[in-house]
Every structure is written in C-alpha cells, then in structure tokens.
Design a protein around this ligand. Structure first.
Ligand SMILES: NC(=O)c1ccc[n+]([C@@H]2O[C@H](COP(=O)([O-])OP(=O)(O)OC[C@H]3O[C@@H](n4cnc5c(N)ncnc54)[C@H](OP(=O)(O)O)[C@@H]3O)[C@@H](O)[C@H]2O)c1
Length: 254
C-alpha cells in the first residue's frame, strides 16, 4: 500500500464490502481517488477492491479496540480528502408482544441491545471516527468532506425500525454540529436515501408496497449515492445539509 497522497486524495469509506459501499468504492477508485475502506466479512467485492489497489482494513466499529486498529492503519496517510460513513445495520425492533415466560428484565435487555447496537454503528462510530481523523481532514491542501449516509426515516420515523430511525436522526444532527464547527475547511453533509435497492429475500408483495411509497416508484440502485457523493465532493458551498434521495417520497401523501 502506497501512502503517498494521490493527486485526488484519499477517501475513506466505512462498510464497503457490499452493495452501496462497494459500488461507491469501486467507482471512486476508478475515478482516480485513493481508497481506504473498512470491512467485516472478506467478500469477493473486497478481494476485487484489494486487487484494484484499495487499502482494505478489517474492522468492527462496535468494538473500540477494532476501531483503533482501523485508525492506526490510516496513520501513514498524511491527509484525508473525505470520510464517508456508510456502515450500517438495518435491525428491526423487537416484536412488541411478550413471548411466554419472558421476564420484564429480559424484554428490557433485548430492547436495549437493539437500541445500543443502532446507536453504536450509526451515531457513536461516526462521532468517534470523525474526532480521531480530524487532524488528517484538516491537513490537506484543499477543503475536505465528511459525508454521513443517513436515511429518509430519520425525519419521518419508522414503525418497525424505531431504534434504527432514531440513530440515523442522531447522525443527521451530528452533521449540523460538525458543519458549524469545521467550516470552512471541512464541509459536512448527510445523504439521506429512501429505498435504493432491495435485499435478496424481499418478496414480490413487499417490493410492490415499497416501490409505491415514492412518486418515482423505482429502486434506483447505489449509483444515486455515488452521484450525490461526487456532487458534494465538487461543491465549494454546500455544508450542513441533508441531501434527500427519496424519489419524492415526502410528497406521496395518502
Ligand atoms: N439499501 C437501501 O435501500 C438504503 C435505504 C436507505 C438508507 N440506506 C443507507 O445506505 C447505506 C448503505 O446501504 P446498504 O444497503 O448498502 O447497506 P448494507 O448492505 O447493510 O451494508 C452495510 C455495511 O456496513 C457494514 N457494517 C455493519 N455493521 C458494522 C460494524 N459494526 N462495523 C463495521 N462495519 C459494519 C456491513 O459489513 P458486514 O456485511 O461485514 O457486516 C456492510 O458491509 C447505509 O448507511 C444505509 O443505512 C440504504
């Protein structure tokens, strides 16, 4: 791995082993950026990124020692052009009915586990990483970017993913605080997608219902996120904003 800075600079992407993160990492690499990414599972996508020259670092951001390994691995790079916080877990809330024999304590423990896991990956990990990587974001010759990938539900809530939605709302709020604190050297923005792509197990009925939620009625795929990242990287003026990628879903009223 060559830590010498490329002309276009180093982009750090968390959770780039699949889907949106993998697509963005692959394309940004092709466009001439230097890439350092985190992964947990060694997927074929990670092997391909390694072969293409990305620095792929194994890290679980729920564990502080593992996060420290990730940050240490970035030590040789003198500066960072952008950090993109993509790592995520779409965990549903516990079903509300108590199962037979379940105690109140075990119910609390299960709910707390979901809530803490969502806060850890979506709010605590970006908060800690941004603070640790700030000297490198400040060190480049030009401006730098922090991009938080959040979610449409951060602004409207969710019935079955309440803890997930609350944690993404926390991340949107960090966007505001950091944009205020770090301007004009570092721009800080959120990209908030609604449906981008389905999961393998999603059945036809679910897909139809999900598509009908937006005016555009499509699952546009990960390239919408890449194009938004490129737009934010090229802007000299946009900061402290939540860029909605939602197909007009906010207007699809009953
Ligand atoms: N897909 C959509 O339709 C959609 C809609 C709205 C918002 N978003 C947002 O867009 C982003 C990308 O979505 P996606 O569907 O591509 O996500 P995804 O398939 O769930 O991938 C997320 C990545 O995060 C990694 N990750 C999870 N927990 C981690 C941890 N504790 N430490 C380190 N890495 C961890 C995962 O690694 P492992 O696989 O190794 O666990 C995975 O590679 C996410 O922030 C998501 O919330 C997506």
């Amino acid at each position: 791995m060559n830590p010498i800075q490329h002309q276009k600079g180093l982009i750090v992407i968390t959770g780039a082993g699949q889907r949106v993160g993998l697509h963005c990492a692959t394309e940004l690499l092709q466009q001439g950026f230097q890439l350092a990414i985190s992964y947990r599972k060694l997927t074929p996508g990670i092997r391909a990124l390694q072969q293409a020259g990305a620095h792929c670092i194994e890290a679980d951001f729920n564990q502080l020692d593992s996060m420290a390994v990730f940050i240490d691995a970035l030590a040789p790079y003198p500066a960072i052009r952008a950090v993109i916080h993509n790592a995520s877990s779409w965990q549903a809330d516990r079903k509300e009915s108590l199962s037979e024999g379940q105690t109140v304590l075990s119910q609390l423990q299960q709910d707390a586990a979901v809530f803490d896991a969502m806060q850890h990956i979506h709010a605590r990990a970006p908060y800690l990483l941004n603070r640790a990587l700030l000297p490198k974001l400040m060190a480049g010759p030009d401006m730098a970017d922090i991009i938080h990938i959040t979610d449409f539900v951060a602004t409207v809530g969710s019935s079955k993913h309440q803890a997930y939605a609350a944690s993404k709302a926390a991340l949107d709020n960090l966007t505001l605080s950091l944009a205020r604190k770090l301007a004009p050297k570092v721009k800080v923005n959120s990209i908030a997608p609604a449906l981008l792509m389905f999961n393998e197990g999603d059945d036809a009925a679910y897909r139809q219902k999900a598509l009908a939620k937006s005016l555009m009625a499509i699952a546009p795929g990960p390239d919408e996120v890449l194009q938004s990242i490129l737009y934010l990287l090229s802007s000299h003026y946009v900061t402290g904003r939540i860029l909605a990628l939602d197909g007009g879903r906010h207007l699809q009223l009953p």
